[in-house]
Design a binder for this molecule. Structure first.
Ligand code: ADE
Length: 251
């Protein structure tokens, strides 16, 4: 079955190496369940470029759950007016908890895994690269809750159905779908195998390698464009000087 010069021991070693490669390369896959009223909003970002490749290579597994289907009554109502009065509608605790439990319960039984549950709102902790890296490292299953209207009933968070409330910046969006896409993109590029060697993210803005600072500027051909020249040091071939110049350019 295998060449004579290969011993049983050699075959075992090869098999173990292959298994380790597969575990390292594909065992790091991330499952993301998205609870949203607008699953269609995700179609663009997930069907192009690097995220599409990650999904095709099964490094990223995305499942959509339409919150409307957990709604109450004939009209599938998911929201109600706020206690204490005020404008806007609040997403109901019973509807949201049922939706979260339906998703987390199913896979927990199948695999024994626990999801990390994230809700997006302007009240949340501001997303930074360090948080992205931690999420990608510590978790292989995320549930993302995308809110709408004036927000969600606080009891969803206080009752422990959400582990982390995240904001992507100090401005207000129409819902949590765009923040969810931002997080998925940032987390996906941390999964081993999602970025090729060329695109790899070791020395980029906010990376640990650059002390969480902003990257140095980049240049390519031509050497001169409409009077704008590439800095001489980058054409010098002196790697020590280039490195020094780049360190001096960090933001
Ligand atoms: N939902 C609405 N605005 C948001 C923001 N800035 N960050 C996260 N979720 C949001």
């Amino acid at each position: 079955m295998y060449p004579e010069w290969l011993s049983i021991g050699d075959v075992s070693v090869l098999l173990i190496m292959a298994a380790l490669y597969v575990i390292f390369r594909y065992g790091m896959a991330m499952r993301i369940d998205i609870l949203t009223l607008f699953p269609g909003m995700f179609q663009g970002p997930l069907t192009e470029s690097i995220l599409k490749r990650a999904v095709d290579q099964k490094l990223l597994e995305i499942h959509f759950h339409d919150l409307r289907e957990s709604g109450m009554g004939n009209y599938h109502q998911i929201d109600d007016s706020p206690y204490g009065g005020g404008v806007g509608m609040i997403m109901r605790v019973d509807v949201l908890v049922e939706a979260i439990e339906a998703v987390s319960g199913k896979l927990k039984v199948e695999s024994g895994k626990l999801p990390h549950k994230i809700y997006f709102s302007p009240r949340g902790k501001k997303l930074k690269q360090g948080m992205v890296e931690k999420i990608a490292k510590k978790h292989d299953w995320l549930i993302l809750l995308c809110g709408h209207y004036e927000g969600i009933d606080q009891r969803v968070i206080d009752g422990g159905w959400i582990d982390e409330e995240i904001s992507i910046g100090d401005y207000v969006l129409t819902g949590g779908e765009l923040p969810a896409m931002v997080l998925i993109d940032a987390v996906a590029r941390q999964i081993p195998g999602v970025l090729g060697k060329e695109e790899s993210s070791k020395e980029e803005s906010f990376s640990k390698a650059l002390g969480r600072r902003k990257e140095y500027p980049h240049y390519t051909r031509p050497e001169e464009f409409r009077g704008l020249r590439v800095p001489d040091v980058l054409l010098s071939g002196n790697h020590g000087e280039i490195e020094k110049w780049r360190r001096g350019q960090l933001g």
